[in-house]
Design a protein around this ligand. Structure first.
Ligand SMILES: Cc1ncc(COP(=O)(O)O)c(C=O)c1O
Length: 425
C-alpha cells in the first residue's frame, strides 16, 4: 500500500537486496555516516542527463536558472555543456565568476539591480542584461556614460498571462513587480528608450510567466501575447523564461521537455516571423529538483491522542522553506525500506521555533519508524538549499554530489564559527 513512486528518485537511485536505498551503488548509510544529517545529496549524472535532454529538445539555447540551486562545483560541471546561465543578483554573479563561468554566457536578471551590480555585470562582460524597469534603464545609461562599450540588453515584459500556479510563483500577470507591461504600452516605451540610448544595444525580449507550470496552454498564450512586440521590433533574441513543472508527489508527472519545446517552437512558427531570431529558455527547477534528496534523522515522535503523530527531524524550514512559503507538498520515505508500505500518517516537522515549521503536513511512512531512523524527502534539489536560512542559528547542511564515479562534498556544512563570523565583538 502506498509505497514511494520510483519516478521521484534520481537516475542513480536503486534499492539493494536488503531493500535499502543506494545512489550509484553508494548506500545511503555510507553517505549519512560520512556527512551527517540533515544532508542534501545531488545525483549529478541525473542533472547532466536533464541538461542533455533539454539542450537537444529544440533548436534553442538553454540557460540554467541558477536561483534554483547554485554552487561552484555545479557550475564546474555545467560550464562544459552548451548552456547559458541565468544569474539574478550580484551574489549569484560572484559565484559564476568564482567558477570561471564565461561572462558571455551569462544572463543577468533582477527587478531591482543596483548600479554596482550593473557595473559588475558590465565589467565581467555579461552576455545579456535583462532590464526590468525604467529606473534601471536610467541607471544603466548612467553607468555606461562615457564608455565605448555597448551593453546588450533584453527587455523583460509581462505578457498578461496568468499561469495556473501558486500566486507567489506567478510572474507573467499584469499586476506584477517584474517587467514592463505589454498591454499598457510600457514595453514599447522601454524598447524605444533603449533603441535611442547610445550605449545600450537592444537584443530582444524576455518573458517568464511563472514556475511549476503544467498547463502547456499557458506557454502558448505567452508566445501569442508577445506577437505584436516581436513583429514591431524584430528582436534577435526571444527569451521565453523557465517554469516547466516538476513532480513532487506520487501522483504527479513532470512536464515533458520535448512537448514543452514543441509547444513553444510551434507557436512561434505559427507567427511566421520574417526575421532570424534565437530562442532561449531558462529552466531551473526542471534541471535540479528531482536530482536531489534530503536526508534527516528522526529526533522526536509525539502522539497527540486522537489527533495526529508529530515526527520531528533535525532540519526544517531553514533547509526547505517551500512548504511554509508556498504550501508545497513533498513525499517522505524510509531509505532503509524504500519499497515498504507507508501505512501511517505523520506530520513531519522541523526543529524551529514556529508551529508553521512543517515539512510535510500529511506524510505517510511505515508505521515502524523509530527515533534515530533516517528519513528522506525526494525532489528537494530546487529552491531548497538556495533558499536556506540560519533561522534559530541553525547551520546550513552540507551538499554532497554523487555520480557513477563516487561521492564528494560540494558545499560543506556550516559550523558555529561560520554562524559567528559576521559578529562584531
Ligand atoms: C526570470 C526567471 N527565469 C527562470 C526562472 C526559473 O523558473 P523554474 O525554476 O520554475 O524553471 C525563474 C524563477 O523564478 C525566473 O524568475
Amino acid at each position: 500500500m502506498n509505497p514511494l513512486s520510483p519516478h521521484l528518485l534520481p537516475l542513480g537511485a536503486a534499492t539493494n537486496s536488503e531493500g535499502k536505498l543506494e545512489l550509484h551503488n553508494v548506500g545511503f548509510e555510507e553517505l549519512v555516516q560520512a556527512y551527517g544529517t540533515p544532508l542534501f545529496v545531488y545525483d549529478t549524472d541525473d542533472i547532466v542527463d536533464k541538461v542533455r535532454r533539454l539542450v537537444g529538445a529544440a533548436r534553442w539555447k538553454v540557460a540554467y536558472a541558477s536561483k534554483a540551486f547554485l554552487s561552484v562545483a555545479l557550475l564546474n560541471i555545467l560550464k562544459e555543456f552548451d548552456i547559458l546561465l541565468d544569474v539574478a543578483s550580484g551574489g549569484e554573479l560572484a559565484v559564476a565568476r568564482a567558477a570561471g563561468f564565461p561572462g558571455s554566457r551569462l544572463i543577468f536578471h533582477g527587478n531591482n539591480k543596483s548600479s554596482s551590480e550593473l557595473g559588475d555585470a558590465i565589467s565581467y562582460g555579461v552576455g545579456l542584461i535583462v532590464v526590468d524597469s525604467f529606473n534601471e534603464i536610467e541607471r544603466l545609461i548612467e553607468t555606461t556614460v562615457g564608455s565605448k562599450q555597448s551593453v546588450p540588453v533584453l527587455v523583460r515584459v509581462t505578457p498578461g498571462v496568468e499561469a495556473h500556479t501558486h500566486e507567489y510563483i506567478m510572474t507573467g500577470q499584469e499586476d506584477s513587480k517584474f517587467g514592463f507591461s505589454v498591454s499598457s504600452g510600457a514595453a514599447n516605451r522601454a524598447i524605444e528608450t533603449i533603441l535611442e540610448a547610445e550605449n545600450l544595444k537592444f537584443m530582444g525580449i524576455h518573458a517568464h510567466i511563472g514556475s511549476q507550470i503544467f498547463l502547456l496552454e499557458s506557454f502558448r498564450k505567452e508566445v501569442e501575447a508577445l506577437a505584436p512586440l516581436l513583429r514591431d521590433y524584430r528582436p534577435r533574441v526571444i527569451n521565453l523564461g523557465g517554469g516547466i513543472g516538476v513532480a513532487y508527489l506520487n501522483y504527479e508527472e513532470s512536464g515533458d521537455f520535448d512537448i514543452w519545446a514543441k509547444t513553444l517552437t510551434a507557436t512561434l512558427d505559427e507567427l511566421a516571423l520574417d526575421f532570424d531570431y534565437e530562442v532561449i529558455v531558462e529552466p531551473g527547477r526542471a534541471i535540479v529538483a528531482s536530482s536531489a534528496l534530503t536526508f534527516y534523522t528522526v529526533g522526536t515522535l509525539k502522539e497527540v491522542e486522537g489527533v495526529r503523530t508529530y515526527l520531528a527531524v533535525d532540519g526544517g524550514m531553514s533547509d526547505n522553506p517551500r512548504p511554509v512559503i508556498y504550501d508545497s507538498g513533498y513525499e517522505a520515505f524510509l531509505p532503509r525500506a524504500v519499497a515498504s508500505d507507508r501505512d501511517k500518517n505523520f506530520r513531519i516537522v522541523g526543529k524551529h521555533c514556529e508551529s508553521g515549521d512543517v515539512i510535510i503536513k500529511d506524510a505517510f511512512l511505515p508505521g515502524d519508524v523509530v527515533v534515530g531512523d533516517v528519513i528522506a524527502t525526494p525532489v528537494t534539489g530546487a529552491y531548497g538549499y538556495s533558499m536556506a536560512s540560519n533561522y534559530n542559528r541553525v547551520p546550513r547542511p552540507p551538499v554532497v554530489f554523487v555520480n557513477s564515479s563516487g561521492h564528494r562534498l560540494a558545499i560543506r556544512g556550516e559550523n558555529y564559527d561560520d554562524l559567528l563570523r559576521l559578529e562584531v565583538y
